[in-house]
Write a protein that binds this ligand. Sequence first.
Ligand code: PLP
Length: 474
Amino acid sequence: MELQVNLVGKKNLSREIYGQIRNAIGNGRLRPGDRVPASRELAQSLKVSRMTVTVAYERLMGEGYLVSRIGAGTFVSTGVAVESRKPRRQRVESLRTRAVWDSIALPNAFAEPAQFDFRSGLPDATLFPHKVWRQLMARNMRSESVSSGVYGHPAGLTGLREAIAQHIGVSRAVQASPDDVTITSGAQQALDIVVRGLLEPRQEVAMEDPGYTPPRLLFKSLGMRVHGITVDAEGMVVDALPDNARLVYVTPSHQYPLGITMSLRRRLRLLEWADRHNAAIIEDDYDSEFRFEERPIEPLQTLDTSGRVIYVGSFSKTLLPTLRLGFVVTPNSCTPAVQKAKYVTDWHTSMLLQATLTSFINEGGFARHLRKMNRVYRERHELVKHILKKDFAEHLEVIPSVAGLHVAAVARSASSEKISHLVRNGADVGVAVQDLSKFSASPAARRGLILGYGTIATAHIREGLNRLLRCFQR
Ligand SMILES: Cc1ncc(COP(=O)(O)O)c(C=O)c1O
């Protein structure tokens, strides 16, 4: 083992070596039975004479701290008394963190899964092709990009950027050159590097309210001023945007959390607003691969004619959120700054995962998985909507939605206290649902529930919703 002895500026070197090894034994850094370096080795590494080390070792042996076993080496004695290793007491007030972190809590998404898990934003991990993915990982471990020991380009693997540009071109009509695709650790990091690339601290950012909480916290933590903009049946209310917003973050395909699709008219209005106000738009297309209608409305990125839209995608719903894989397509004026932001934040996303995903897409595994999951989620989407409309009609009004992994329903009359109660009662009977008002920073939050169907097996949906209904009826 590497033994840390520091002799810089010290006079009596044998005594220092003796003292530091004795302390290491006393406080448990060296444990009974641990081998210490041979005196010759330690002398060489400390650049002192062997005699200096031998004197220290002999004293430690004489006092019973070390024992020497002929032919095997020198060890910490097994009978030596060791203090229990308490962490050193920190002075609580010595370091202060930024005030913004006091207002941000860690998510409880790590909590145990419920028996009937209707939490939103989670895909069905049991249907993920683990075996194929494992084989591709093993194969890609051998590839040059993964095993060369050299850092990669912050933008990501060229092959993956090409595969993504091709995929979103076909499936979403997004116009992307591979040069403007940057691979990220999920959509969340895409937002981080876009803001770092485009905005100065204390500039104004607008986003939907209710909206997706992690970006709101991210923007705040980066020192931005965040405005929540109301959402109606056509999507974000563009007329409510403040004139000084420099960036607008939206989820037009499947508004999170209400599930509304932004109308074409509203999309054009948002683009025209951004043009007039010289603002950027981030279009977060996080779960639109799962669509249950015939003709989707074109993404903002496709409708944009003046290079203002930044398109963000994620593999958290299509594959697994634990992979932390996503991407951003930037107008080419922004690409260098965003890629430099990626470089200074974490250099690049894991090459092994990027290479594996490239093979998965290019060999047809991704398209196959999407087709399968589309069928599964479509069935769950229909079932949840059907049961909510039929059995919960008295309590909830389902918000129309045609994509994604969750639906939202607003309460007809239940108070916010009743909704919080219901969420707690649901948890007591094994049903996890989310309170819609928790996604709003506004006091006039809509009351209701969000029901995800990504992770719950189709066969469990009816029983889960029956249990939830009994909570309403109690
Ligand atoms: C609106 C929205 N964007 C993006 C994501 C995915 O984020 P990430 O790719 O960082 O996992 C989610 C996940 O729930 C989401 O709801």
